[in-house]
Design a protein around this ligand. Structure first.
Ligand SMILES: NC(=O)c1ccc[n+]([C@@H]2O[C@H](COP(=O)([O-])OP(=O)(O)OC[C@H]3O[C@@H](n4cnc5c(N)ncnc54)[C@H](O)[C@@H]3O)[C@@H](O)[C@H]2O)c1
Length: 286
């Protein structure tokens, strides 16, 4: 079984930032590739803020905070990932972009480097087919927010080797995560099960059966979910949720995954949820 020491992350959006933090907190050297210097500055600032609040609460020492930050290196150049033992991509949910990224990394990285994708439900096999090292590519699906959520869902394709699965399972456990291994079917375990629930809430709103507040408060109070489903879609990002629904519907043709028109219209209007200040709720006012 290979040993992972140095890790890379591509994409410093809401998931990428959390994943970088998880890796650095577990003691790994992390190289993070962002699309611009400003995205990277924002990412480092977000991690600093979260760690500072733990120092204030007394759950982390100032020295520990400094060591975690010292393990993170930022860059906009993919070539800086050449020596990483494992690279996790967390760029937007688009199959062509992910395939293109892995094809580039395949040429840059040493042959032993393992590639992981944070896709919520796209075909990992298609990504494996874009590289020569298909046996060393797998899904590594973290959940939002990555530093808080305890599950790491590994996705095995028919070409992923046992050694890759076992190496990444052991690595995932060093991050303090509970690891499950799912097959490469649309949405794996978590997204496959959760998506119809979230889309159902959007449809219920669209059909005028209940208001957004009634839907969210009902699910929070009735089943003790920390957030209602429309709040969750705002948290995930409406663009990401639409891409997930489209990919699942494309693969299964099951109407429970068909993206509701309201979701599509909101994405077209640029209402992407919390990350842009407006989704089902207005965050600029809060
Ligand atoms: N949002 C969630 O709740 C959630 C949960 C689990 C998994 N995911 C998955 O994680 C992935 C990322 O989602 P997100 O919510 O962080 O999206 P996001 O839009 O917040 O972040 C994506 C980031 O990638 C950057 N990027 C795009 N192309 C790039 C490239 N070629 N090189 C470097 N950076 C690039 C963008 O500038 C952006 O900063 C998606 O595959 C998504 O399905 C999301």
């Amino acid at each position: 079984m290979a040993v992972i020491r140095k890790v890379g992350v591509v994409g410093a959006g809401q998931m990428g930032v959390g994943i970088v933090q998880v890796f650095a907190e577990a003691g790994y050297e992390v190289v993070v590739v962002g699309s611009s210097q400003s995205t990277l500055q924002k990412a480092v600032g977000a991690i600093d803020k979260r760690l500072a609040s733990r120092v204030e609460k007394g759950t982390l020492s100032a020295d520990q905070k400094q060591s975690i930050a010292g393990r993170i290196r930022t860059t906009t150049d993919l070539n800086d990932l050449a020596e990483c033992d494992l690279i996790e991509e967390s760029i937007p949910e688009n199959l062509e972009s992910k395939k293109e990224l892995f094809a580039k990394l395949d040429l840059i990285c040493k042959p032993e480097t393992i590639f992981g994708t944070n896709t919520s439900g796209l075909s990992v096999t298609d990504m494996a087919a874009a590289v020569k090292r298909g046996d060393r590519l797998l899904g590594m699906h973290f959940h939002n927010p990555a530093p808080v959520m305890r599950l790491l869902e590994l996705v095995r394709t028919i070409v992923t080797s046992n050694e890759t699965i076992e190496t990444v399972r052991a690595f995932g456990e060093t991050l303090g995560k509970t690891v499950v291994v799912a097959p490469d079917v649309g949405g794996f375990i978590v997204t496959r099960l959760f998506t119809p629930f979230l889309l159902g809430a959007v449809r219920m709103l669209e059909e005028g059966i209940a208001t957004k507040e009634e839907i969210d408060v009902s699910m929070r109070m009735a089943v003790n979910h920390p957030m209602g489903p429309l709040e969750v879609v705002d948290f995930i990002g409406l663009d990401t949720e639409l891409s997930i629904a489209e990919a699942l519907y494309e693969e299964t043709k099951d109407p429970k995954y068909a993206p509701p028109l309201l979701l599509r219209k909101m994405v077209t209007a640029g209402w992407l949820g919390r990350k842009c200040g407006k989704g089902f709720y207005d965050y600029a006012k809060k």
